[in-house]
Design a protein around this ligand. Sequence first.
Ligand code: ADP
Ligand code: MG
Length: 460
Amino acid sequence: MQLTLGEPEQVVILKGAWEAALVELKEQVNSATYERWIRTLTPVGRTGSSISLATNGEFARQWITRKFADSLAASLSSALGEPVTVQIVLDERAKTEQAPPPPVAKKKAAGPEPAIRRPSFIQKYTFDRFVEGNSNRLALAGAQAVAAQPGKKFNPLFIYGGPGLGKTHLLHAIGQHVVARDACSRIVYLTGQVFAEEFIHSVKTGRVGQFRSMQRSVDIWLVDDVQLIAGKERTQEELFHTFNFLYEGGRQIVICSDRPPRELYLMEERLRSRFESGLVADISPPDFETRAAILIKKAEEEGVTLPMDVVDLMADRIQSNIRKLEGSLCRLLAEASLAGCPPTVEMAAKVLHNFFEDANAAKPSPEAIIEASAECHGVTVDEVMGKGRKQAVTGARQVAMYLCREIWSLPWKQIGTLFRKDHSSAIYAHKSIGEELVRNPDLQRVLDEIVEAARSKRQG
Ligand code: ADP
Ligand code: MG
């Protein structure tokens, strides 16, 4: 039996399961792998117990099949509650996109230009699907200004914020807006990770020149997750020169990162100050109103009107990450469609319950982090929470504060309160450990061990 898109109930269930599987997979692989290989997949259909996931290139298809088919199947099976297998297929759109790109406008064709393939933007990441709120207003305005007049207003535009808050959405929206207006603009969209990989590959295969002219022949350069090149010196150097080249040529540069330029500790100072030289806009977690508006809008896009008490409950419980808000909405819609009735508060409560259990399972609690850090430094939790300034005590405290920020993205003030200190000691601790990591890369191993130890506490 072939179930294809177009059968709404199956589609909703599959999409819901996929969102749930994503949450699980995200905890299993590192974030670069997740962004590059896993999150870009789209569930496209189901035949019996075989689920088809689409990707956009033959290399990706083979690679994902080899490396991730088993974990994808496992996560989808648990999300669907029945054993399924996974097949990676080529995206239909990708097949047609292999067609030659549209001719480049004459004025730009000075000398042979390297071919730039149009990035495949996620269609639904457009400006009109982006819900505006206090938390993202500046970033949205910046993105819209840049899309309307590339290279004219805010250059570079640097957007930062925690995971799942809409950075990638805005980058894709800029790209799609520009393409819609001028099909000839040359756009590159890539993540820091892809920039690094392609650069290193070009070095190995003696094609740096080609890589360079490709990056430098663009009108709009969209770099997502730039923090992923932290610590990679030659890549940073290359990025720096590309940046300068494009900047001096008046091309638009937009960069996204999970943290502000000054917190990119493993990044060279000259790059950080370049990043700060235009508009720096942050996206913070959405307030209640915005979360509610997002839920209502996304449900409407699926043709469902959510009862107000459901919106209230869900917007209240999921606060810090819009991807999670979407994921739980997807599960709720799947539940409702299975039950054959509109979503109810009871269903929402059940979905939220399961959702939190899964999503937080792999993260050690702040308390466990504090305990593990104290143990690793040979001091007690009381000392960590106290006022003592002995070196081992400060070490344990700063490491624990740093990890609380990195793992839970807690506000500074909350970290301060948790440790019975003020917010400035939390900021200072985060900065010191961040800088220490630059000088002493072995520290990362210590941090990893503490996180591991903290995790096992939670289970034990
Ligand atoms: P980030 O890149 O910051 O981690 P994404 O851009 O991938 O986050 O966003 C995660 C999900 O949340 C996406 O599906 C995106 O469409 C959605 N999203 C984020 N912010 C908004 C918003 N303001 N309005 C509507 N959807 C949003
Ligand atoms: Mg992103």
